[in-house]
Write a protein that binds this ligand. Structure first.
Ligand code: B1M
Length: 213
């Protein structure tokens, strides 16, 4: 197998055996984020496909998630960091009912490496918890992540509840179940502030930068 194939393979198999030396080799060839977005994501997509076809069980997908998290943690210290002054404060959460957090945590890494103070509220965060945190921290932006189809609808509910609570900090939404269209036709009309759709973590950083500049 080529290096790229082996990297995808660790994620598909959910194993860390041999992972770190191969990641180190990959770092001599690629930037850390390209390793994540390239071979590691390719592996994760295959995991999603196999799971969809009932060829993997949840426990196996969990192992893949562990391997992905370990890989991201190994690459993280090698990522570019800007030592710019604090650009803003961002609350980040995976919405109520959803446990997927690899994408959200990647967004956290990228934003915090680029001058943002990120408060990561974790997974299954309901509107009530978000409202309390927003009142406490007064963020410049609130980021919501969700991968399940029902999470897209949960974002609509969350936007409605935030609006009722008088919160109108810009919302950034992302995650596989979401589309730009859904964001602007279903979430934005329910919210008092701006709602922005981010297709991936780098897009999230670009949007945050545009907002705070
Ligand atoms: Co789940 N799962 N899962 N799963 N899982 C999916 C999402 C699924 C598509 C798999 C499939 O069937 N093909 C499917 C969803 C179906 C649907 O609703 N359409 C699914 C399902 C069904 C489930 C369960 C219901 C399974 C079950 O129990 N029967 C269950 C749900 C539990 C729950 O949430 N209540 C479940 C559980 C799990 C595990 C726990 C085993 C594990 C998650 C572990 C973890 O996150 N800690 C897991 C995994 C790993 C996946 C897949 C395989 C991979 C997700 C992932 O981490 N990708 C996934 C299939 C797939 O996506 N191919 C799948 C890598 C990650 C970097 O990408 O999160 O998309 P992603 O983030 C991207 C962008 O989306 C974006 O940036 C990132 C890239 O830079 N982004 C943002 C994300 N959030 C953002 C926020 C932003 C900006 C950008 O701003 C705020």
């Amino acid at each position: 197998l080529t290096l790229e194939e082996r990297l995808a393979h660790y994620i598909i198999e959910g194993t860390k055996e041999g992972l770190y030396p191969d990641l180190d080799e990959a770092l001599t060839l690629y930037r850390p984020l390209d390793v994540i977005n390239g071979p590691l994501m390719k592996g994760m997509e295959e995991v999603g496909r196999l799971f969809n076809n009932n060829e993997l069980i949840v426990a196996e997908v969990l192992q893949s998630a562990e391997a992905m998290k370990a890989a991201v943690a190994h690459l993280e210290p090698h990522m570019e960091k800007s030592d710019s002054a604090m650009k803003g404060k961002i609350l980040l959460a995976t919405v109520k009912g959803d446990v997927h957090d690899i994408g959200k945590n990647l967004v956290e890494i990228i934003l915090s490496n680029n001058g943002y103070d990120v408060i990561n509220l974790g997974i299954k965060v309901g509107p009530e918890q978000l409202i309390i945190a927003a009142r406490e921290h007064k963020p410049d932006m609130i980021g919501l992540s969700g991968l399940l189809v029902k999470s897209a609808q949960q974002m609509v509910t969350t936007a409605q509840d935030l609006k009722l609570a008088g919160i109108h900090a810009p919302l950034m939404v992302g995650g596989a179940a979401l589309t730009r269209k859904f964001t602007y036709t279903r979430i934005q009309p329910e919210y008092d502030g701006l709602v922005l759709y981010a297709k991936d973590a780098m897009d999230g950083l670009d949007l945050a930068n545009k907002l705070t500049n």
